[in-house]
Ligand binder design. Structure first.
Ligand SMILES: NC(=O)c1ccc[n+]([C@@H]2O[C@H](COP(=O)([O-])OP(=O)(O)OC[C@H]3O[C@@H](n4cnc5c(N)ncnc54)[C@H](OP(=O)(O)O)[C@@H]3O)[C@@H](O)[C@H]2O)c1
Length: 243
């Protein structure tokens, strides 16, 4: 089975790196010399027609500029492009999957929300098999796939939070490399605890009445930190809906 990845940039490469372990991959970008892993390469988008499946990871504006009506009409197209609707994708192929994910696909550890249109049950099974290589596929309505784009952006928001914690450690006199290690481990530990106990119970377990953590939490409330994060998420979701 051969899969074309059209627009093999940051997300396309992350997807290609994991899929090359199982599938034959054709990676397409304007400058294929920038593709740093082993696979067939091309700069010609129409080469994708030689493949069984076509994954689209172009920027939406490039997709609208270069992909013509019925370009991949007999192929199954899987799009990870933010804000490109099923209605738009159907101009390119009758069989489309609109999906969203994060750069963690590189490790096969991302969510993959997806919505299928025009596929037979057997074709949907094949798609789910491919998406499972990227992480955890979650079938959803198109609107949910749309909003999940803001969860992909949240990788950047959370990275900013980790960086803020590193800087806080440095402010308290810890060397940057050690602060970085402590900050990353704290996020790892937190995820494990949240998965097991849920957010509210973790907070209760850590925050002793009248203790230091409660003081920190009160400061977070005063700064409206949770509200700021929600606003960042909603702003990203709003922007994607417009693109
Ligand atoms: N990055 C993320 O975290 C992420 C997460 C979820 C979804 N997405 C979605 O994934 C898509 C790509 O994002 P990205 O961050 O991966 O962008 P990117 O790194 O800029 O990748 C886009 C690729 O498209 C290629 N391209 C542009 N015009 C082309 C043409 N005429 N022919 C062949 N290739 C062409 C570019 O090739 P050259 O560089 O060689 O010019 C580039 O490598 C977007 O729609 C975005 O919404 C991204």
């Amino acid at each position: 089975m051969k899969i074309a990845i059209v627009g093999c940039g940051k997300l396309g490469s992350a997807i290609a790196k994991i899929l090359t372990k199982e599938y034959e991959i054709l990676a397409i970008r304007r400058d294929p010399s920038k593709i740093e892993f082993e696979c067939e390469k091309s700069s010609d988008v129409s080469d994708a027609k030689k493949c069984d499946f076509i994954i689209l990871t172009l920027k939406p504006q490039d997709f609208r500029k270069i992909i013509k009506k019925d370009e991949f009409k007999d192929k199954i197209v899987i799009s990870f492009m933010a804000g490109v609707s099923v209605e738009e994708l159907k101009k390119v192929s009758k069989k489309v999957v609109r999906a969203m994910t994060t750069l963690a696909v590189e490790y096969g550890e991302s969510f993959v929300t997806f919505y299928c249109d025009g596929l037979s049950p057997d074709e949907e099974e094949l798609i789910i098999k491919i998406l499972k290589k990227l992480g955890e596929p979650i079938r959803a309505e198109e609107e949910i796939v749309d909003v999940s784009t803001a969860f992909a952006s949240s990788i950047a928001f959370i990275s900013e939070l980790i960086e803020a914690l590193i800087f806080a450690g440095v402010r308290q006199g810890i060397k940057r490399d050690i602060a970085e290690k402590l900050s990353i481990l704290t996020f790892h530990s937190c995820l494990k605890l949240v998965e097991k106990y849920g957010c509210k119970e973790v907070v209760d377990k850590v925050a002793t009445p009248a203790g230091a953590t409660v003081e920190g939490l009160a400061k977070l409330m005063e700064c409206k930190a949770a509200w700021c994060l929600q606003e960042a998420f909603c702003s990203a979701a709003k922007k994607f809906k417009k693109s």
